[in-house]
Design a binder for this molecule. Structure first.
Ligand code: DGY
Length: 321
């Protein structure tokens, strides 16, 4: 019997797809750092029963309506705002993501951004590399403390809770804002629920981990940055489109807030001439939240298993809906 065809939109380590290869013939875009062109993706989708996609691939109505055999799309990310899940549902296509396996790695990175932005780690490392270090100085590259400060977590999902666990280790006061309250987090993590604007007013570090939805799109706007402390540091390890970037540039340039640590941007990759990249008080990373080798291997394996299960007529391990 002919095996179903599955297309993987980025080069992944072959060994992560062993379970999938037992069930399917697997085609793969051969590049790791170059996204699959739209026309190739559309063509592959026309004949595929499964797609293993990246967060940079648009899985929209055009693709889904021209993929007659498609049964499952497994996204290599916990976020799935690149996929039209309503259309997928209409077309009986199961959509899967990769939750849990990336929680701790992404929380580590969010915390790395907090520390890097507060303690001027990147700026200091560049200072040494550029040969500028002449002498130890009492206030040379002095930043802000993280310990015993107030962190405001916007989006208290699995990753938000993992950031709160790390914040407890730094003796921080933990505030959170979420669509719905999290009594377990309040009890177990000493996290206090606040309205969005109260959280912004009271936090030294405002950390965005919210998924991108109609409600969160552009929620960090001019008004939001105005509400923050002048000394506040804004961290985004969620999605770039939750932020009005022009408003954030203004807030940073005009001292409305003190700094930012950003792993995600409205447009990725960010343009090399973006004003963020000229500011010492901004730490900008290329969307590496979950990018440890161990975690990326687990994510690829999970995505592969999800496709294999669905093609086998079984329930997916981590369906989105
Ligand atoms: C995701 O998986 O959605 C995150 O952005 C990982 O970095």
């Amino acid at each position: 019997m002919q095996k179903p065809y599955v297309y993987v939109t980025r080069k992944l380590p072959e060994e992560t797809l062993n379970a999938l290869k037992e069930k399917a013939e697997v085609g793969m875009w051969p590049h790791e750092e170059k996204a699959v062109p739209r026309e190739v993706l559309l063509k592959e989708a026309q004949k595929a029963e499964g797609l293993l996609t990246m967060l940079s691939d648009k899985v929209d109505g055009e693709l889904l309506d021209n993929a007659p055999s498609l049964k499952v799309v497994a996204n290599l990310a916990v976020g799935y705002d690149n996929i039209d899940i309503h259309k997928a549902k209409e077309n009986n296509v199961t959509v899967c993501n990769t939750p849990d396996v990336l929680t701790d790695s992404t929380a580590d990175l969010a915390f790395a951004l907090i520390l890097a932005a507060a303690r001027r780690v990147v700026e200091s490392a560049n200072y040494v590399k550029e040969g500028k270090w002449n002498s130890w100085g009492p206030l040379l590259l002095a930043g802000a403390d993280v310990h015993h400060k107030t962190i405001g977590i916007v989006g208290m999902g699995r990753i938000g809770e993992a950031v709160a666990r790390r914040a407890n280790g730094f003796d921080m006061n933990i505030l959170y804002y979420n669509r719905n309250r999290k009594p377990d987090a309040e009890r177990n993590l000493n996290a206090e629920y606040k309205d969005f604007y109260d959280l912004l007013k009271e936090s030294d570090f405002v950390v965005c981990l919210a998924p991108l939805t109609a409600e969160t799109k552009g929620m960090f706007n001019r008004e939001a940055f105005q509400a923050m402390k002048k000394s506040a540091i804004f961290i985004n390890a969620g999605r770039g489109a939750s932020v009005d970037e022009e408003a954030l540039v203004d807030a940073l340039q005009n001292g409305i807030i003190a700094g930012a640590g950003l792993d995600v941007f409205e447009k990725e990759p960010i343009a090399v001439d973006h004003p963020f990249l000229t500011m010492n008080q901004v730490v900008a990373l290329p969307h590496i939240g979950s990018a440890s080798v161990e975690t990326r291997m687990k994510m690829a394996e999970l995505a592969g298993r999800n496709i294999a299960f669905v093609l086998d007529g079984k329930a997916a391990e981590t369906p989105v809906s």
